[in-house]
Design a protein around this ligand. Structure first.
Ligand code: C5P
Length: 249
């Protein structure tokens, strides 16, 4: 298994703030997550701006719709984030794009959308990446949000993870509590992304199924997503360094 990596969730209110964080953390962190909050304010250009700084982007919009819509959303997300030189408003999709930045590293769909929708996302992703001649992004499925804690959540997560694998997804987003069961069932190659990470003593906020960075690593997570404990820290650089130190140890 590859060494686990930290992903910083750029859940902030402006592109300016997001880029300041990327600049501050860029020597320590390689992957940044853009979710609904930042994307709704800034749109795809913020992703291009982050990628232009040599960083990888995880787009977390949790697509959940009919297969046709998810297919076009996927195509749009990949195309609109893969070049700083194309004017997408006059030419979409671009005919002969010259790409100066890598495409998305990873994006989310919601497993609740079912097999047809998940397969549509994977197919659209592969086809679009092939057309643009870029590496296809990892497609990961959100199972049960880490802010939820229903009884028997492990069974629901496992069922959804199996559906994700069967539908061709690269991996899933789950809480640390479900990582071992998924690893045992779906193997070492299946990508596991875990939000709800809280260093000891940090406030959980709205998250319910939380774990420390060390617990996430011990369980076998590939990517640890951390938002507020870093981006809302008085010193985000120090907060990220401490989490990385805990991951290393
Ligand atoms: O601030 P915090 O560390 O709780 O941020 C976690 C991030 O991971 C948020 O951006 C949230 O949208 C995202 N996420 C999550 N649970 C999921 C999928 C994504 O918390 N199941």
């Amino acid at each position: 298994m590859k060494k686990p990596e930290l992903i910083v969730a750029l859940d902030v209110g402006s592109g300016k703030e997001a880029i300041q964080l990327v600049e501050l953390l860029k020597n320590e962190v390689d992957i940044f997550k853009v979710g609904g909050q930042l994307f709704s304010i800034e749109g795809p250009h913020i992703i291009r701006d982050i990628q232009a700084r040599g960083k990888r982007v995880f787009l977390d919009l949790k697509f959940h719709d009919i297969p046709n819509t998810v297919s076009y959303s996927t195509m749009g997300a990949i195309v609109s984030t893969s070049s700083t030189t194309i004017n997408f408003t006059t030419q979409f999709p671009p005919k002969n794009p010259s790409l100066d930045i890598p495409g998305l590293f990873m994006f989310t769909v919601h497993t609740q959308g079912g097999e047809g929708m998940l397969k549509a996302a994977v197919e659209a992703s592969r086809k679009t990446a092939k057309k643009l001649n870029i590496v296809p992004p990892l497609v990961v499925g959100v199972t049960v949000l880490t802010s939820e804690n229903e009884p028997n959540v492990i069974n629901t997560v496992l069922t959804k993870a199996k559906l994700a694998k069967k539908s061709g997804l690269d991996g899933v987003v789950v809480s640390v509590q479900e990582v071992r069961a998924i690893r045992d069932e779906l193997g070492d190659e299946f990508v596991i992304v875990t939000p709800g990470i809280r260093p000891l003593g940090e406030s959980a906020g709205d998250q319910k199924r939380i774990a420390t960075p060390a617990e996430a690593i011990a369980a076998g997570s590939n990517y640890l997503v951390v938002g507020r404990p870093i981006v809302q820290a008085t010193n985000p650089y120090k907060a990220a360094k401490e989490i990385l130190k805990e991951m290393e140890s």
